[in-house]
Design a binder for this molecule. Sequence first.
Ligand SMILES: [Zn+2]
Length: 560
Amino acid sequence: MPRVKFDTYYKYDELTAILHRLAEDYPDLVNVSSYGKSHEGRDLWVATVTNFKTGPAEEKPAMLVDGNIHAPEVIASMVALRHLCDLVEGYGTDDDITRCLDTRAFYIIPRVNVDGAELALSDEPRFVRSSTRPYPFDEEPLDGLLAEDINGDGHIFTMRVPDTNGRWKKDPDDPRLMIERGPTEEGGDYFMLLPEGRIRNYDGVTVTPRHAKEGLDLNRNWPSYWKREHEQQGAGPFPLSEPETHAQASFISSHPNIITWIAGHSFTGVLLRAGYNEPDDKMPMTDEAHYKMVGEKGTELSGYPAISVYHDFRYGRETIAGTVGWGWDHLGIFLWSPEYWAPYRNAGVEPEHYGRWLARHDADDQRKMLAYSDKELDGIGFAPWKEFDHPELGPVEIGGWNLFRFLYNPPESQIEKETAPFSKWFTWQLLMSPRLALRSSKVEALAHDTHLIQVVVENTGYLPSYGSGKALELKAVRDLVAEITLPEGASLIQGELRSEHGQLEGRAGKPSITLGAFLSDKTDNRVKLEWIVKGASGHQVEITARHDKAGHVRTSLRCD
Ligand SMILES: [Zn+2]
């Protein structure tokens, strides 16, 4: 197939067609299936990517890459899709990708919230936080101002309305920009800024902006730290009440091989990591070290700082019931939520605190961003003010910052560049996963019909078999299971048909010095499995060693 183009944002049908075409063109590497249905009945797609010739994905360590749980954050969808494309194109030519897909698997969910994104990408766009199910009330919003594209240009911008007591005035340096009126200032030309839209039942005086009736936030609908609506907006009536979150949580629960989960958002240009609801000193030290190491690599590849949500990204002191929290807090899956796209950094503005910057920043930062849009993005970041005769407010102007194509997402011309760095980071992370492998095996005849069978299995991955220390602490990961299948008539003299064998360490979390007086490596990354079998002479016995996270190994041994 021709290379997928990263110069546009795909609507649902186009995205669906691309995914299925990739599965048809790369049948040995890609399988696309539906893991549920959205509120509006759209299939929720997951692409499973691995070399199927070396075994099914469920028997390999895996990473989940998703994006776009929030409706307008469509760039996150493009990063996930780009990763899928980079994997299939890199298989056989790129050594890391080839090795990764031969031994491990990716689950890629390019669009978590298909209904909300479709609304944002429609020809008459509307922007809601998440999905399109009415919540908390299934009724039209009360009278007031509702955002919509009223001049038919396919965008929702801002209305600049003359108001003698307005909060805003034109920037004397660049009258496109609106700056705050001084605290003691009077006598100028002032304006009120409102979202583009009509005012239902306008009384000629008061304007009350109303939220859309689709008030859910799917990223507040997860079980860990879930709170009711008055404490956490958009939380839904109960955890996993929504079809999209329920389907994804079910998918994750039934895929215990997932070690890392990348939940993609926009914007800011940061790699957010756990803890989300707890400080670093509450997390196992080896996990903290792992997050920091992975974060440094992410920064090296993408230029994005890697930061903890708890320490560096919360707006206040709240805890959140995000995907991010649930995966880490309940399952011990390494969790990252990158906020792709850094419009202000690109413009030369680097906020000290991202959340606080959004609430309040200097006019000079806006001037820099406008200059960036003008010079490097053909002005797409800021729509020139256009006069419009508003049915309720009279003459107004419509224009201003392009929230969808400048703040939340890069304009189309930048998608290719913006999506490029991440596939390498994801692949590098998954290559660190634990992985079971057969180290050796032997069959020894003890008597003419009695054989000793010995199989040594090892973890060849960098991480321990349990992935994170958190997963171990939560008892969210099962021990290694060994099974032996005997031919008919044979029986075990020693050993069990199925038995558990603890965890296998990796190379992570070990001292990195060679001078220590007490330094000694250990063989804690391997396990010796033994059975004595009677009555299998001339037959095969089948051995399976499986670990939920580290994968499965099988061998067939002949008792001669
Ligand atoms: Zn988001």
